[in-house]
Design a protein around this ligand. Sequence first.
Ligand code: PMP
Length: 296
Amino acid sequence: MATDPLIIYLDGKLVPESEAKISVFDHGLLYGDGCFEGIRIYNGRVFRLTEHLKRLYESARSICLTIPIDFAEMEKATLDTVAANHLRDGYIRLVVTRGVGSLGLNPYQCPKASVIIIASGITLYPKEKYETGLNLITCATRRPASAALSPQVKSLNYLNNIMAKIECIQAGCEEGIMLNEQGYVAECTGDNVFILKNGQIYTPTIASGALNGITRMAVIEVMQEMGLAIHEVTMTRHDIYTADECFLTGTAAEVIPAVQYDRRPIGDGKPGRLTTQIIANFKALANSTGTPVVYS
Ligand code: PMP
């Protein structure tokens, strides 16, 4: 299927995708040194843009990476890239690489970080899975301890998650639960996890090794408005085995039910009633809020 070439933001310019190239000496490529964000566009508005940009600048700060443009310029560049691609619904990938340097680790030899903004689309899971629900496994690959690499840094080094994703796919599943070093549930390979039991909602604490997901926070707000009680807990696999309902959240995934875990049905093995309601309420929020894009 032929599609129009994209317009990419690269270091201050909007260029055709064929011209959007970076050096083989960029440490983003050589070492996965850099950080990124994934952001959704709904109905001509960018969802939770400020929150995503805050997290990006925090990731950069944590790894001593100076982003060459400020917050307001980044916001404008993001909105301009969406407008240049005439996207009303889609997905933005914002990438900051360490930049060009020598063939050694030293990031201080990379004088200028590069900023890349891609505005396109993403389909993480087949459409029908939003109706039927995902099957999950427990991944043998653990989330790294915060002392090794903070899960709050959304770095370009996603090999830990990719190793776990390989396990999921080899097991015929779309996603999997990643445990922390103590064996407690942290999150999924690219999503946060929630369970519902006896009318109460539970999700692992951030300290368990979960990324402080923007969708996680938005869904918590949605559930609070529904009058549901939410508990951030130390979660075990047993808690998910015995849950009434389970769902995952993420920018690319949005909100999706999970109906099987380690070959055990969750609840009655079908997307739960409250999960379906939460998905509907999240969609309503996503379609009615956000930073408007100005299309020329
Ligand atoms: N955990 C991981 C490891 C992720 O990569 C993501 C996706 N960014 C999430 C959770 C969900 O976070 P968010 O809702 O901010 O996209």
